[in-house]
Design a protein around this ligand. Structure first.
Ligand code: PHE
Length: 402
C-alpha cells in the first residue's frame, strides 16, 4: 500500500514537472478587483491577446507561454505578497505589472530582490525603475507626462492659472502633481490652489470650494478614474464650470459611466488613442475588437506591448534565467509597439510621445500628440505649427504625419 502511494506521488510529481517544463510561465500581477479593477482587467486582456498570438505562431523558444494572473485587489499592500507567490509557488520566469505605481513599487521591489525581471506596462512614477536592474517599463514617466499637460494648458488652452487636486495616498498622483507644479510654473503659469484628497473618499467639497474661490481657469486632477469621476460630478453640482485636466489614470470606461455628462469638456493625457492611423494601432484595435468585442483602452495597448517586448527579449536572451533575461529586456531597441516605438534608455524607461484626449459626447477623442523635446516628427521634418486656438483642434492634427 505504501509503495503504491509512493508511486502515485512520483507520477503526480513527474507530470507536474513535465507540465512546468514544457511551458514558459509568466506572472501578471494586477488589480483585477477593487477600486481600479478596470486597469487590471484591460491590461490582462491585452497581455492574453499577445500571448495567444505568440502561441499560435509557435510560442517562445519552441514552448507555449502560460500567463498566470495574480489579483492585487488595487492594494499596494498586496503587491509584494502576490509577486512572492507568483515567483515562489508558480515559478514564473518573468513578471508583467502592475499598473498603479504604488503597487509596482511594492511588487517590483520583491521581483528585484528575488532576481526575476518585471516589466511594468504602465506605472509612470519616476521612482519605479530606481528599484533596480530587474525592473523596466514600456511607458513614459511622469516628469514627461506633467510637462506635456502643462504645455498643453499653456500653449493650447492658453490658461495661466491652474488649481491642483491630487491623491495624497498614491505615489503616482503625488509625483505627477509635483512635476506639473514645476513645469507649469516654469512656463509662466501660476498654481492658485493646491489641494489633497484621499482616494476612495467621494467627497471633495471643501477642496472644491477653495478651488472655486481661487481664480483657477482649470483644475489639474492627477488621480485615478473613480475619484476623478466623483469630483467632476461634485464640481458641477457646486456650479464650477471650469474644465478638469488629468493624466493616464483617467483611462477607464468607468470614468464616463460614473461621471456621465459631467465628464464632457475635460481633457487628459494618455499613452495612445485607438483613433491613431498607424498600422500597429489599427491592427491591434481590430484583433482586440474581434476577441473582446470592444475598443481597447490605453491599458490594454500597454499590456499588449509589455508582453510582446518580453517575448522579444526572451527570443534574444541566451537563457530565461533572471540576469540574462533582464539584460535582454534592457537592450530593447526600436521595438514597434502599439503605443509607439520602444527603446529602453539607461534607466530602462521608454521615451515616447503622449496624446491629449478630450472627452466629448461621452467618449475620449484625440486632440493632439506631444513628443519629448528634440524628438518626434516635427524635428525630423519641420511641420506647420499645430496649435488649435481653443484646444479643441481636430483629431487628425498630427498622427498621419508619422
Ligand atoms: N500611470 C499610472 C500610475 O503609474 C497608471 C495608469 C497607466 C493608469 C495608464 C491608467 C493608464 O499609477
Amino acid at each position: 500500500m505504501k509503495l503504491l502511494w509512493m508511486l502515485v506521488v512520483a507520477i503526480v510529481a513527474a507530470t507536474a514537472c513535465n507540465k512546468s517544463s514544457d511551458k514558459i510561465k509568466v506572472g501578471h500581477y494586477a488589480s483585477m478587483t477593487g477600486s481600479e479593477a478596470t486597469f487590471g482587467v484591460s491590461t490582462d486582456q491585452g497581455i492574453r491577446l499577445a500571448a495567444e498570438e505568440r502561441n499560435k505562431a509557435g510560442g517562445v523558444k519552441g514552448k507555449q507561454v502560460d500567463i498566470i494572473t495574480g489579483d492585487t485587489a488595487s492594494k499596494a499592500t498586496e503587491g509584494g505578497t502576490v509577486v512572492t507567490r507568483l515567483i515562489t509557488q508558480d515559478n514564473v520566469v518573468a513578471l508583467l505589472g502592475e499598473v498603479a505605481s504604488s503597487i509596482t513599487l511594492a511588487g517590483g521591489d520583491v521581483a528585484q530582490k528575488l532576481g526575476v525581471p518585471d516589466i511594468t506596462p504602465s506605472s509612470t512614477n519616476v521612482r519605479v525603475t530606481d528599484l533596480g536592474d530587474m525592473v523596466s517599463r514600456v511607458c513614459f514617466t511622469d516628469d514627461f507626462q506633467a510637462w506635456v499637460v502643462a504645455k498643453f494648458v499653456r500653449d493650447n488652452l492658453k490658461f495661466d492659472k491652474a488649481a491642483i487636486l491630487y491623491d495624497q495616498g498614491q505615489a503616482y498622483s503625488k509625483g505627477f502633481a509635483e512635476f506639473f507644479n514645476k513645469s507649469f510654473t516654469a512656463m509662466g503659469g501660476e498654481i492658485v490652489a493646491n489641494e489633497a484628497y484621499s482616494g476612495g473618499n467621494p467627497d471633495a467639497s471643501a477642496q472644491l470650494q477653495t478651488i472655486k474661490g481661487s481664480g483657477a481657469q482649470i483644475i489639474f486632477l492627477p488621480g485615478y478614474y473613480g475619484d476623478a469621476a466623483n469630483f467632476m460630478k461634485q464640481a458641477k453640482s457646486k456650479g464650477i464650470e471650469i474644465p478638469f485636466i488629468g493624466g493616464d489614470g483617467w483611462d477607464s470606461e468607468d470614468l464616463i459611466k460614473i461621471a456621465g455628462a459631467a465628464a464632457n469638456g475635460n481633457y487628459f493625457s494618455n499613452h495612445y488613442s485607438h483613433e491613431e492611423k498607424r498600422k500597429e494601432v489599427q491592427d491591434f484595435v481590430a484583433a482586440y475588437k474581434a476577441k473582446y468585442g470592444k475598443v481597447p483602452d490605453g491599458l490594454a495597448a500597454l499590456g499588449y506591448d509589455a508582453a510582446r517586448v518580453l517575448f522579444d527579449a526572451m527570443d534574444r536572451a541566451g537563457s530565461l534565467e533572471g540576469k540574462a533575461l533582464g539584460a535582454a529586456i534592457a537592450a530593447t531597441k526600436d521595438f514597434k509597439g502599439v503605443t509607439g516605438n520602444i527603446t529602453m534608455d539607461a534607466k530602462r524607461n521608454a521615451q515616447k510621445k503622449a496624446v491629449i484626449l478630450k472627452i466629448e459626447n461621452g467618449a475620449p477623442h484625440l486632440v493632439t500628440d506631444i513628443w519629448p523635446e528634440g524628438t518626434g516628427p516635427a524635428e525630423k521634418a519641420p511641420a506647420p505649427e499645430k496649435k488649435p486656438a481653443d484646444g479643441s483642434g481636430s483629431a487628425d492634427a498630427a498622427p498621419e504625419k508619422k
